[in-house]
Design a protein around this ligand. Structure first.
Ligand code: NAD
Ligand code: MG
Length: 392
C-alpha cells in the first residue's frame, strides 16, 4: 500500500526537496495534498506532476487564480482556502504522513491537527515546536502520533540515539548540535550593521528559505534548534551543546555517559533527513550524492563566539524562564527577521529586538493553542513597536 502524504509548504526549499524524494519512489508514496502561501505557478506545476486531491493556498485571490489555472489545464485537484483548510489536509483520515514545512508559527495549528489525528509527523517547521513546547509534545504523546525530526541536526541525533527512549536518561550525557556558523563566522563584529538581506541569504553550503537563512547568519537558527532538541529528546537544556563545524558533514552527535560519541555524517543535502523521515525505520534512496571520504578535506570544529553571536544564548535563557518564554522569543525573532528582510531594521538590531521583547513580555498560562497564539500575537505587537524605534 502506498503511503499518502500531505506536504505543508510544498513550494519552499524543504517542500520541493520532499517532492524530489517522493518522485523517486512512485511505488511507495502518493501525494494526497499540497499547500503554499502565494506561489501559484509552482503549485500548478506540482499539481500537474503529483495530481494531489487537494491544494491549499493561504489567501483567497491566490486560491481563485490557482483554481482557474487548474481548470484551464484540465487538472482535477480541488483548491481549498479557509482558516482550517490546512488543519483538514493535515488530519484527513486518508493521510498517513504529513511533512510540516511551513515556515514560522503559522505552521503550529496544522502540526497539532496532524498530531491529534495520530499521524506520522515529519517536522521541518522548528518554530512550531519552539512555540508549542510542552503542549506540542503532550499532544503527540496523547494521540499516539509519530514525530520524526527533519531538521538535519535532530535527524542526526535521532539516528544516533538508542531506539528505546526509556534508556536515554541513564545512557546519554549530552547532545552536541553542530552549526555551520553561517556566512559571517569570520566577519568583523563591528561591521554587522552593514549586512544586507542579499548577503545574509547567501548561505555558504546550500540554498534555504530566506527566514532560516537570516537565522543561520545570526545563529538564532541554532538557538531555535537547542529549544527544538530540548523538546524532541526530553533533554535538560544544560546537556545540549553547540559546536561550530563549517563543512556541515557531521550533522550532530550524541555523547554517552562512558564518553563515547556517536555522530551521523553525510553530504549537506536536506533530501537525506527527508528520506530518512519518510522511510523510517527503512531506508530509501534520497538522490543526494554519496559522501566521498577520499575527496573530503579536513573536518574542523570550533567554539561559537558569544560576542559575534549573542542570540545563541537566548535559547538556554528562555528555556530556564517561565513556560511560554520560547514562544515570545520566536515571535520577536520572526518580526525582527521580517523587518530586516524588508530593509527596515539593521542586521545587528535583530538581537536587540529579541532581547528587549523578552524583557517586556511576560507570558501568562499556556495551556492551549489559543493561549499560545494570543501570547504570540502579544509578543509580535511589542516586537514591532521595538523594531519601529530602530527603524532605518
Ligand atoms: P521556505 O520559505 O523556502 O518555504 C516555506 C513554505 O511555507 C512555502 O511553501 C510557503 O509558501 C509556505 N508558507 C510560508 N508562510 C506561510 C503561511 N503563513 N501560511 C501557509 N504557508 C506558508 O522555507 P524553508 O527553507 O523550506 O523552511 C521551512 C521550514 O523548515 C522552516 O521552519 C525552517 O526552519 C525549516 N528547515 C529548513 C531547512 C532548509 O534547508 N531549508 C532545514 C531545516 C529546517
Ligand atoms: Mg538545522
Amino acid at each position: 500500500m502506498k503511503q499518502k502524504i500531505t506536504v505543508l509548504g510544498s513550494t519552499g526549499s524543504i517542500g520541493t526537496n520532499t517532492l524530489d524524494v517522493v518522485a523517486r519512489h512512485p511505488d511507495q508514496y502518493q501525494v494526497f495534498a499540497l499547500s503554499a502561501a502565494t506561489q501559484v505557478d509552482l503549485m500548478l506545476k506540482q499539481c500537474a506532476q503529483f495530481k494531489p486531491r487537494f491544494a491549499v493556498m493561504a489567501s483567497a485571490p491566490h486560491a481563485h487564480l490557482l483554481a482557474e489555472k487548474l481548470k484551464q489545464n484540465g487538472l482535477e485537484t480541488q483548491v481549498l482556502q479557509s482558516q482550517d483548510a490546512l488543519e483538514s489536509i493535515a488530519s484527513h483520515p486518508e493521510v498517513d504522513a504529513v511533512m510540516a514545512a511551513i515556515v514560522g508559527a503559522a505552521g503550529l495549528a496544522p502540526c497539532l491537527a496532524a498530531a491529534k489525528a495520530g499521524k506520522r509527523l515529519l517536522l521541518a517547521n522548528k518554530e512550531a515546536l519552539v512555540v508549542g513546547g510542552a503542549l506540542f509534545m503532550d499532544t503527540v504523546k496523547r494521540h499516539g502520533a509519530t514525530l520524526l525530526p527533519i531538521d538535519s541536526e535532530h535527524s542526526a541525533i535521532f539516528q544516533c540515539l538508542p531506539e528505546d527512549r526509556s534508556t536515554w536518561a541513564a545512557r546519554v550525557d549530552s547532545l552536541l548540535l553542530t552549526a555551520s556558523g553561517g556566512p559571517f563566522r569570520q566577519r568583523d563584529p563591528a561591521t554587522l550593521a552593514e549586512i544586507t538581506p542579499e548577503q545574509a541569504c547567501s548561505h555558504p553550503n546550500f540554498s534555504m528559505g530566506r527566514k532560516i537563512s537570516v537565522d543561520s547568519a545570526t545563529m538564532m537558527n541554532k538557538a531555535l534548534e537547542v529549544i527544538e532538541a530540548r523538546w524532541l529528546f526530553d533533554m535538560a537544556p544544560e546537556n545540549i551543546k553547540v559546536v561550530i563545524h563549517p563543512q556541515q558533514i557531521v550533522h550532530s552527535m550524541v555523547q554517552f555517559t562512558d564518553s563515547s560519541v556517536l555522530a551521523q555524517l553525510g553530504t549537506p543535502d536536506m533530501r537525506v533527513p527527508i528520506a530518512c523521515g519518510l522511510a523510517w525505520p527503512e531506508r530509501i534512496a534520497s538522490g543526494a550524492p554519496l559522501l566521498d571520504f577520499a575527496k573530503l578535506a579536513a573536518l574542523t570544529f570550533e567554539e561559537a563566539d558569544a560576542h559575534r553571536f549573542p542570540g545563541l544564548h537566548l535559547s538556554w535563557q528562555a528555556l530556564s524562564a517561565p513556560e511560554g518564554t520560547t514562544t515570545v522569543l520566536n515571535a520577536a525573532n520572526e518580526v525582527a527577521v521580517a523587518a530586516f528582510l524588508e530593509r527596515r531594521l539593521g542586521f545587528d538590531r535583530i538581537h536587540a529586538v529579541n532581547l528587549q521583547t523578552l524583557e517586556v513580555v511576560q507570558p501568562g498560562p499556556v495551556a492551549s493553542l489559543e493561549d499560545l497564539m494570543a501570547l504570540d500575537a502579544r509578543a509580535r505587537e511589542q516586537a514591532r513597536a521595538i523594531a519601529n524605534q530602530w527603524a532605518l
